[in-house]
Design a binder for this molecule. Structure first.
Ligand SMILES: [Zn+2]
Length: 1195
């Protein structure tokens, strides 16, 4: 009943159950079917007269699924309103109320400025580009915008169009939201006038090193582990809660919320930096190459800037803005992140309406790899007994999901990728539109940067691609890039895959011959060619000139036997039928063509004006073959031909070094658009992280010894996750076998044409398309010569012998064989076979570490391969299984296998650790065993006082105030405390026996914690907790005093209790186990005594004085929690409902008799854990009762 639905919706809107959108009134049904009328008056502009607006649905039977609206106003309406209505978009399929909403938002944004000029209305909000404009409007000048608006006294617009209050409840909610984010392990900051309900920023940050990202991924992503990952949330119209944001439609959202993902040395940006992050339009990546050689072209910011984009900020910022809030709505309906994302895609792609019932399959919980760190999987939305969710925390968790797991999602459409390919760099899904956008929007890596810093890697990638295309083994193609390529040479094409000149080698598996598609028959033009003047003249002049300036053509000389050709760009067509061309490219295969034309010079145009034209017979074709219309053979052929037109990497570097902007797209007369697209694709689609060891641009890494004259590349293949799985397999097997050397190394060779695919897909059995004589698995040789030489290898498919056919002719490396050195779990007796080859059947047992290529450079001086020299610090390998290089056993520099070193510090500790392999594995960065965080810069660890202050409740309740009243957030604290530091006499305390263990990792971490707490304490006296760090003589045992509970809640009865007993603080003992931070600390109250829950007490203090919080058990503990946040949570827990009460019958505290004893605390803790089903940390009993044998714990 579509018409009925329309009438219903209209009546509902008229009923005023929900107020009409801002500025809209007088809604009524119109004369015609499907028509309604309303008036609009901008509330900010009372001088104006109300405008009558009519909306009409031409076919009301389509309502509410596919209808459209016509919107117009009377002739007397102001011109700017009329024109805004003409271009208002996004109204189709919207309900009556939504339509009003859109109109209201559009018109409210039109406010005449002083000149009387009218700003053009923003295009609608679901148009991504408008996002920046909206931001610009808010802050189009700079910092001043902030100050002005902060003093503004009008009401703040809200999603409901009602003025909002910014009273105590508002501030309390902000505090709660931030506190929740903080207690989840993040650093929380704020900028601007957050508590006043004005423009402000909330920042949520965490150190990169805490994210469980492998060293390989850190390098590939240009991340510094010491940096902070920061999510900046901008509230241009004041803080909005999760509920408020969810009630905004997309149009309202953009002006009320902004998000940016950044990195910085500090945990929060300055106000100026934050404003800039939302206003500066980032310069194109490709303009960014400068002599300073930025580490990542994605971060083209001035040096003094601390705040910068991460490698993936660009695609993620828009994604967060567009989808986070809609996804949160689905989350509220009970879907998890994955279900919500899939449902969103479903709605967008298949036009399901958001109102439709969500099918069951979207409710299925997401399956997660257990190798993900807790911080990547924590989900605030699943928190129990929570009714209000903290938007900053939800946003950060969503951001981490897409940052840490970026390789699992398409960079453009952000769909989850369901593929087996384990890559280290994020990429796009297989929709060609996504590939196109990835390449054109600059989401991908900067190819110019790659060419400058890793020229040999680029050469390698192009060579591998050529080889693969040449043997017709390419499987993925640069489709979707709208490449117009030279016509396919029909002679070669028809000859098919057997043609020797295109290098098809007889192998075991001939390439699949698919049905041939005839390439387009493209016209050929007969011309005369003057090589001196670089001019062509048309003999049979077509009516219109078939080429334009910038067209690329293939020019062939008549009568030459070998049909040699040159490629060139059309420079000018003004004097058609004579056209001029840029100096032609001499393709390597057509060198004889060039020598025939002796006067043709590559670099200088030696035009002698007086010469008479000497027209040679020639013909040409245009680059107008649509690449996508070719079949696979045609595509392979075409790729080879285009690669032949790409200059060698030295020439590319020279161009980039000498030209500004250093951007290859301006090298128009040398690189055709198609060739550039291909170059970009080859580099950007490489998802492995390959680093040069040799060459001038190498980062000074040591070479491996034993592979003389081979060019070396360090090689990180596989997702960060894959590295973790490898490490956990290594640990599992080496623990089981108690092996002294948990891993071993061996060679894996493969023909050159396979490497293009291997580096993209990783090693898998499908690659081993040869030799299965010793079973299924990845074959590894013990000696390099087995993998490189001829003898004996053919039978097993190793090799890649010299094959001059099928090499990329412009390669400087001239690769003639390639082999990898893999690190493998050291358990040959469990391999599929271990003689004569290691055949490893578990992919997770293998990680590729090095790639070696043998080069036959035409000119030895063009490439530099390092000298053969034993590394200064060798990695200690299993002496029984050290692989043979060429002539001697290989020696691996210890620095190359850094993923297994505890930290990459150069403090000399490394050598000490090498002795114990199992210890070495411990700090490998595995998620269940994260690296102890090396927070060396104390300043950035300490939280700013203002950011701590905001987390605490205000001292005095105050009357609700409207925005505009001057509210000083500073007034929130400052009530004097009666606590006096350093008065506690520790000798009177019944404390636990001192632990005797001294694990260096835990000790270090605890010293860091103490250090940072001391710093916070010095800068911020009113923390509510106090540690007399000087008195602590064992870092595993702390005494902490909690005080000033009136700051949390002045009505707490406990405060009076404490006064009566003259208790100034609650004294806690905190004891840590030797595997801290992987197990929680044990926290118990020493004094005063509290009532238990049964006696009317609370505050999470159980009988015996132990603190009973899930956070402090193995179940709830997170190794990334800082002690600062733990202390704050304990303090809040004591004050939370039901709050703690002192045991007033126990007599005055401070004299010993009222203290809790050591064992009663431990008993209480164990009882509480059992009651809640929480896991007691292993080793707890030994620690708490001071015994070594867990079995004999007291009853
Ligand atoms: Zn996609």
């Amino acid at each position: 009943m579509p018409r009925r639905q329309f009438i219903n919706d209209l009546q509902k809107a008229q009923d005023n159950a929900t107020p009409l959108p801002h500025g809209i009134f007088g809604l009524q049904q119109g004369d015609d079917d499907g028509q309604f009328e309303f008036e609009f008056l901008a509330p900010t502009d009372p001088a104006q007269e109300a405008v009558k607006i009519t909306a009409l649905i031409p076919d009301v039977s389509e309502y509410p699924k596919s209808h459209e609206y016509m919107i117009f106003c009377g002739d007397d309406a102001p011109r700017h309103i009329a024109s805004a209505l003409e271009i208002v978009r996004g109204t189709n399929r919207k309900t009556v109320f939504e339509l009003l909403d859109i109109v209201s938002a559009t018109l409210n944004r039109l406010s005449p400025d002083k000149d009387g000029d009218i700003g053009m209305p923003d295009s609608q909000a679901d148009d991504l580009e408008s996002e920046d404009e909206v931001d610009d409007d808010v802050y189009d000048s700079d910092h001043e915008a902030f100050e002005i608006s902060a003093q503004h006294t009008t009401t703040v617009p809200t999603p409901n169009g009602k003025p909002r209050t910014t009273g105590r409840a508002f501030r309390t909610r902000i505090r709660e939201d931030l506190r929740i984010a903080k207690s989840a392990g993040f650093k929380v900051g704020h900028l601007g006038h957050l508590l006043d309900g004005h423009n402000s920023f909330v920042t949520i940050s965490i150190r990169m090193s805490k994210l469980g990202i492998s060293d390989e991924a850190m390098q590939a992503w240009h991340i510094d582990p010491k940096d902070y990952l920061i999510l900046i949330i901008q509230y241009p119209n004041g803080y909005k809660t999760n509920e408020e944001l969810q009630s905004c439609d997309s149009l309202r959202l953009a002006p009320n919320l902004g998000m940016r993902l950044c990195a910085s040395k500090k945990y929060k940006p300055t106000l100026q930096e934050a404003i800039k992050a939302f206003t500066t339009v980032k310069k194109s990546d490709r303009d960014s190459i400068s002599s300073t050689d930025l580490p990542s072209a994605e971060a083209p910011v001035a040096e003094e800037d601390n705040l910068r984009d991460t490698f993936i900020s660009k695609p993620l910022n828009g994604f967060f803005q567009e989808r986070l809030v809609p996804l949160l709505r689905y989350r509220s309906a009970g879907l998890d992140w994955c279900g919500a994302e899939n449902w969103f895609t479903e709605i967008t792609n298949n036009g399901a309406s958001g109102a439709d019932a969500v099918p069951d399959k979207f409710y299925e919980p997401e399956k997660l790899h257990n190798s993900l760190p807790p911080v990547a999987t924590a989900d605030h939305y699943t928190a129990r007994r929570v009714t209000q969710y903290s938007f900053p925390l939800l946003a950060m968790q969503f951001a981490l999901r897409h940052f840490i797991r970026c390789t699992e999602f398409c960079l453009v459409c952000h769909r989850k990728l369901y593929s087996d390919i384990e890559a280290i760099k994020p990429y796009v899904c297989d929709q060609s539109l996504c590939l196109y956008q990835y390449m054109t929007l600059g989401f991908g890596p900067s190819i110019e940067h790659e060419i400058m810093t890793q020229p040999y890697v680029v050469d390698l990638l192009l060579s591998f691609c050529y080889s693969s295309a040449n043997s017709k083994r390419l499987k993925d193609f640069p489709d979707g890039l709208a490449m117009m390529v030279p016509p396919i040479d029909l002679a070669i094409y028809s000859a098919g895959p057997d043609l020797a000149s295109y290098g098809y080698r007889v192998g075991r598996q001939p390439p699949v011959v698919e049905k041939k598609v005839e390439p387009d028959a493209l016209p050929t033009y007969e011309v005369g060619y003057d090589a001196d003047r670089l001019e062509l003249i048309f003999f049979n002049m077509p009516e219109h000139c078939p080429v334009r300036r910038g067209s690329w053509i293939v020019l062939k000389m008549q009568g030459t036997v070998d049909a040699s050709e040159v490629h060139c760009r059309v420079a000018d067509v003004t004097y058609y039928p004579t056209i001029s061309i840029d100096p032609p490219l001499i393709l390597p295969t057509t060198a004889n063509f060039a020598t025939a034309q002796t006067t043709t010079s590559k670099t200088t145009k030696t035009v002698t004006p007086a010469t008479t034209p000497k027209w040679a017979q020639a013909r040409f074709q245009i680059y107008e073959q649509d690449f996508e219309k070719l079949d696979k053979n045609g595509k392979c052929l075409s790729i080879c031909k285009l690669l032949d037109t790409i200059p060698n990497v030295k020439d590319l570097q020279d161009y980039l070094a000498k030209n500004r902007p250093a951007d290859l797209k301006f090298w128009v007369n040398r690189l055709s658009p198609a060739a550039l697209s291909l170059l970009r694709w080859v580099i950007a689609s490489n998802r492995a992280c390959i680093m040069q060891v040799d060459g001038e641009t190498s980062t000074g890494q040591e070479r491996l010894f034993g592979m003389k004259d081979y060019m070396q590349f360090r090689f990180a293949m596989g997702a960060p996750d894959k590295e973790q799985r490898f490490i956990s397999e290594v640990r599992k097997v080496s623990d089981r076998k108690e092996s002294k050397f948990p891993t071993m190394f061996a060679w894996h060779g493969s023909p050159i044409y396979n490497w293009h695919m291997i580096i993209r897909e990783g090693l898998h059995f499908k690659n081993a398309d040869h030799g299965r004589a010793y079973g299924d698995g990845v074959y590894h040789a013990k000696e390099a010569s087995t993998s490189t030489g001829y003898s004996g290898m053919a039978a097993y498919g190793y090799g890649g012998q010299a094959n001059t056919q099928g090499r990329w002719a412009n390669s400087l490396l001239n690769v003639n064989s390639a082999l990898a050195l893999n690190e493998i779990v050291n358990a040959p007796d469990e391999f599929q076979s271990s003689n004569p080859f290691y055949v490893v059947q578990h992919i997770d047992w293998i990680q590729t570490r090095y790639l070696f290529v043998s080069c036959v450079p035409p000119d030895r001086s063009t490439i530099s391969i390092g000298q053969e020299k034993k590394p200064s610090n060798a990695y200690s390998q299993d002496p029984q299984r050290t692989p043979m290089g060429l002539g001697s056993a290989i020696v691996i520099p210890a620095s190359a296998i850094r993923s297994r070193l505890p930290e990459a510090s150069d403090d000399g500790a490394r050598t000490a650790r090498v002795k114990s392999p199992s210890k070495r594995l411990k700090g490998s960065g595995g998620f269940d065993n994260p690296i102890a965080i090396e927070d060396s810069d104390g300043d950035s660890v300490a939280t700013d006082a203002e950011d701590l202050e905001i987390l605490f409740e205000e001292a005095e309740p105050e009357p609700e105030v409207l925005v505009g009243s001057v509210v000083q957030p500073k007034a929130a604290v400052g009530t004097p405390t009666d606590f006096v530091p350093r008065l506690l006499d520790w000798s009177t305390l019944p404390i636990m026996p001192q632990p005797a263990y001294a694990d260096s990792g835990a000790t270090k971490r605890l010293m860091k914690e103490l250090n940072s707490l001391q710093k916070v304490q010095q800068s911020t006296p009113d923390l509510g907790w106090y540690i007399d760090v000087e008195k602590i003589d064992n870092p595993y045992q702390w005494i902490v005093e909690l005080h000033s509970f009136h700051v949390i809640d002045p009505t707490l009865k406990m405060i009076n209790d404490m006064k009566k007993q003259d208790v100034k603080s609650i004294v806690l003992e905190i004891q840590f186990q030797e595997d801290f931070p992987f197990s929680p600390p044990y926290v118990r109250v020493i004094r005063p005594r509290f009532l238990s829950l049964g006696q009317g007490g609370g505050g999470h203090i159980v009988l015996g004085g132990a603190m009973c919080m899930e956070l402090l058990t193995n179940t709830g503990w997170s190794s990334v929690s800082s002690m600062e946040s733990v202390l704050m949570q304990i303090r809040l827990a004591i004050a939370s409902d039901p709050p703690a009460r002192l045991d007033m019958s126990s007599g005055r505290s401070g004299h010993g008799q009222a203290d809790y004893g050591v064992t009663e605390g431990a008993d209480g803790y164990i009882r509480a854990c059992n009651a809640h089903g929480w896991k007691i940390p292993p080793g707890f009993k030994e620690m708490a009762y001071g015994i070594r044998d867990a079995g004999s714990a007291p009853p």
